[in-house]
Design a protein around this ligand. Structure first.
Ligand SMILES: [Zn+2]
Length: 306
């Protein structure tokens, strides 16, 4: 949790893979790509699956013998998860690079990527953007909106800023004014409210998970985002990484607050590696989640939205 990261995002037709990376410094200039992007599930009623590959720690200790080996191991975890969850196309190799350089490579060179820089005015946070999952039956209507926000870290404040909250508020008002389309939110560092809902001494209902081995390491401050989300009936769940020793989901008001599962072999902790899977079903609408371990086992299934 001492390292920082952000979610990046790319997809094949049915598969989205989200992974977070170590990030140190930042460069300049932000080329623009249009904001927003459509994800189309395949066959009608086919569930739409998202795999969260959290805390990959790619490129860590690259000048040592064991550093690159960690990346090999982390890639193996992702391959194993994808083999079990449906073979998806995969392309996940990175060297240790700086945040904007990573985004540049991801956006410009990875043809499978749906990552975006997001509005420049939210600097120093980058990669704040929204994707819509479209209905198989009616390609003009959205089944869900997926929001990605940069919670900072490295040499940047570990917060979702007031400007980011305001961007979210305006964007949600613009594309989902009556809150009729469910929203799912992703960022890296848990909000402070995660501390409040964290299970004590083991994981008991209504929380669901298998790892509760450390204290939540939250953002530095709460600057309005959680209030906005808690007030939106369409906001269903938030997914974060950062804490390698936590993998639970707990409810907070109408929202679910979830940790991913440490995927990478780099970083602290030796808990078994895995990935959180999120499955969106269109008709009837539901969001389910579970954790797929490197060895193929599945646990911690939870329904996040009926
Ligand atoms: Zn980490």
């Amino acid at each position: 949790m001492t390292e920082t990261g952000q979610f990046l995002f790319f997809t094949s037709c049915l598969y989205i893979i989200i992974y977070s990376l170590i990030i140190s410094t930042v460069v300049v200039a932000l080329p623009t790509k249009p904001e927003g992007y459509d994800l189309r599930p395949g066959a009608a009623d086919a569930p739409f699956k998202i795999a969260l590959f959290a805390d990959l720690h790619f490129g860590e200790a690259e000048s040592t013998e064991w550093g690159p080996l960690q990346d090999v191991n982390s890639t193996r975890v992702m391959s194993s998860v994808l083999d079990h969850e449906t073979p998806g196309k995969e392309d996940c190799s990175f060297q240790g690079t700086q945040r904007l350089e990573l985004m540049k490579n991801e956006i410009e060179l990875n043809t499978l990527s749906h990552s975006r820089y997001g509005p420049k005015g939210l600097w120093p946070s980058v990669s704040n953007y929204v994707l819509q999952v479209l209905s198989s039956e009616d390609p003009k209507s959205a089944v869900a909106f997926l929001y990605f926000l940069d919670s900072g870290g490295g040499s940047y404040p570990e917060v979702i800023s007031g400007a980011q909250s305001e961007w979210f508020r305006q964007k949600a008002l613009e594309i989902n004014p009556d809150s009729s389309v469910p929203e799912i939110i992703f960022w890296h560092i848990p909000s402070r409210v995660y501390e409040k809902v964290a299970p004590k001494f083991g994981i008991h209902k209504p929380c669901v998970g298998s790892l509760n081995e450390e204290q939540v390491a939250p953002q530095e401050a709460e600057m309005g985002m959680m209030k906005l989300l808690a007030e939106r009936k369409s906001a269903k769940a938030i997914f974060v990484g950062h804490n390698h020793g936590l993998d639970w989901c707990c409810p907070h008001k109408e929202l679910w607050l979830c940790f991913a599962r440490h995927t990478g072999y780099g970083g602290y902790g030796n808990w078994d590696r895995g990935a959180r899977i999120v499955e969106i079903t269109q008709k009837p609408f539901s969001v389910k989640s579970w954790i797929r371990m490197e060895d193929g086992n599945v646990h911690s299934e939870v329904v996040l939205s009926p």
